[in-house]
Design a protein around this ligand. Structure first.
Ligand SMILES: [Zn+2]
Length: 414
C-alpha cells in the first residue's frame, strides 16, 4: 500500500491522505485548511476511486465541491445532513457529490480496500475513525476524537477492545501543546453554565456552534436545572431536527424550556425552500418567542447563538444589570485572524467591557496528550504517524514507533 499525506503532517486542518494499491486509490478526508495562507490540495486532479470523509468539519470535508461529482464520497448520513443544513440556511446550493452512506462498525469495500468506520466522540456529531485494510496491511486513521464528551464510552471501547495487528496508525495531535485542564469534560462546562445562569439578573448569551450537539445539551440541562428557558434560532432548531431523527435524547424546539427566536433572514431561507423543510416552518411558529417577551423578562432567558449575536447582546445592555456572555468555543477564534467568523471582533471587544460579564466555558473537541497516549498504547501500531498537528516532530517524546512523513512524499507500507 502506498501512502501519501497530501496535507496534515505539520498543520491542523486541511487534512488529505492518499492511499493506493496497484489498482485502487482512495482519499481519507479532503479538508479545507483553517489558515487563510495555507494552499489547498488540488483534489480535482486526483483520480480517486472514492473519498472517505471522517466528519462534517470544514477542515475535513471542505474540498468536496472540487471533486469530480461522479467520485463516490463516503460519510455518515447525519454528517451530510448537517452540511446541507448550513448550506441551505446561508443560501448556498447543496453539494452535488455522489454521496454514499456508511454505518459504524459495518465494513464496506472500495476496490482493493476494505474499510470499517468506528464512531468516535468529537465536537462534531457523527464523527468516525477508519480501519483500512489492503495488500495484507492494516491502517488505522483516528480522524478527530476525544474521550471527555458525552460519547466518551466510544473511546473507552476502542481502548478496552483494541483492534489487533495495526501496521500503521495516523494519530491526530491537535492538543499536543494545548491544555484542556480548565474544563476537562463536557460536564465541567455544564456546571460552569449552571453557576452563571443561577445568578443571572439579565439574559445570558451562550456563544457557540449550533453543530456542537454536546454543547447544546449542556446549555439545555443548565437551563432546566436553573429554571431558565433556552432560546435557539432557526438554524439551531433545524440542526436539532436532523439529529433527533437518529437520537431522541437531544432537545428539540417542541420541548418544555425551549423556545425559538425567528430571525428574518433565516425565515426567508425557509420560505425559499419549502420542499426541503417540509412542515418545519409551520411547526416552529408554535414555539416562537417574540423580542418583546425577551426584553420584558430577560433574566428568564438564555440565548444560544453564534458570534453574530453581538447586535442582540447590545440591545440588552440597558437597565437590567450586566448581560452574561458565556463564550463556549475555542478562544483562538477571538484573536482577529479568523475572518470567516462574522462578529468575532465584536465578541472579543466584550471581554474588556465593564457592563458585560464575560465568562469562558469550553472543553476541547480533541483528546489531550494522556488520551492520545492511551489509544496509541492500546492499538500498539508498528508505525505511528502524526497527523492534524503542528508539532509532529515532538511525537517521539511521548509515543513509541513514531515516523513523521513529509507532505507530498510517498511512503510504501510493506
Ligand atoms: Zn473536527
Amino acid at each position: 500500500m502506498e501512502i501519501v499525506v497530501l496535507k496534515g503532517n505539520n498543520e491542523i486542518g486541511g487534512t488529505c491522505i492518499q492511499l493506493s494499491t496497484g489498482s485502487t486509490t482512495i482519499l481519507l478526508d479532503v479538508g479545507l485548511p483553517l489558515s487563510a495562507t495555507s494552499v489547498c490540495v488540488d483534489v480535482a486532479t486526483i483520480n480517486a476511486d472514492a473519498v472517505l470523509v471522517s466528519h462534517s468539519h470544514q477542515d475535513h470535508f471542505g474540498l468536496i465541491d472540487r471533486l469530480n461529482p461522479d467520485t463516490p464520497v463516503y460519510m455518515g448520513e447525519l454528517g451530510k445532513n448537517l452540511i446541507d443544513a448550513t448550506h441551505v440556511l446561508i443560501g448556498k446550493k447543496l453539494h452535488d457529490n455522489n454521496f454514499r452512506f456508511f454505518n459504524s462498525w459495518k465494513p464496506f469495500h472500495v476496490g482493493d480496500f476494505k474499510i470499517t468506520p468506528y464512531l468516535v466522540d468529537h465536537s462534531a456529531i457523527d464523527a468516525y475513525a477508519f480501519l483500512v485494510e489492503a495488500d495484507g496491511k492494516r491502517l488505522f486513521y483516528s480522524g478527530d476524537f476525544r474521550s471527555h464528551g458525552r460519547k466518551g464510552k466510544l473511546f473507552d471501547n476502542l481502548v478496552m477492545h483494541p483492534l489487533p495487528d495495526i501496521d500503521l496508525m495516523f494519530l491526530e495531535g491537535t492538543m499536543i501543546h494545548r491544555s484542556n485542564d480548565e474544563f476537562p469534560t463536557e460536564s465541567a462546562v455544564e456546571k460552569k453554565m449552571l453557576d452563571i445562569l443561577t445568578q443571572q439578573k439579565n439574559i445570558s448569551f451562550i456563544i457557540s456552534s449550533s453543530q456542537n450537539i454536546d454543547r447544546i445539551v449542556s446549555a439545555f440541562k443548565a437551563c432546566k436545572k436553573s429554571g431558565k428557558t433556552l432560546v435557539i434560532d432557526i438554524y439551531t432548531a433545524w440542526v436539532l431536527e436532523k439529529v433527533r431523527e437518529v437520537s431522541e435524547n437531544v432537545p428539540g424546539m417542541e420541548w418544555d424550556n425551549v423556545r425559538l427566536y425567528a430571525d428574518f433572514s433565516q425565515d426567508e431561507k425557509l420560505k425559499a425552500n419549502p420542499d426541503y423543510f417540509g412542515d418545519f416552518r409551520k411547526r416552529l411558529y408554535r414555539h416562537r418567542v417574540k423580542w418583546q417577551e425577551l426584553t420584558a423578562n430577560p433574566s428568564s432567558f438564555v440565548y444560544f447563538g453564534k458570534m453574530s449575536s453581538f447586535r442582540k447582546i447590545n440591545a440588552f445592555r440597558e437597565g437590567n444589570g450586566p448581560v452574561n456572555i458565556i463564550y463556549s468555543q475555542w478562544q483562538g477564534y477571538l484573536d482577529g485572524k479568523h475572518s470567516d467568523y462574522f462578529g468575532a471582533d465584536r465578541i472579543a471587544e466584550f471581554r474588556n467591557d465593564s457592563e458585560i460579564n464575560f465568562v469562558y466555558a469550553h472543553t476541547s473537541g480533541h483528546a489531550p496528550l494522556k488520551d492520545l497516549q492511551s489509544l496509541a498504547k492500546a492499538l500498539n501500531p508498528k508505525i505511528l504517524v502524526p497527523i492534524h498537528t503542528e508539532y509532529g516532530e515532538e511525537f517521539g517524546k511521548s509515543f513509541d514507533n513514531v515516523m513523521t512523513l513529509t507532505d507530498g512524499v510517498p511512503f510504501v507500507l510493506n
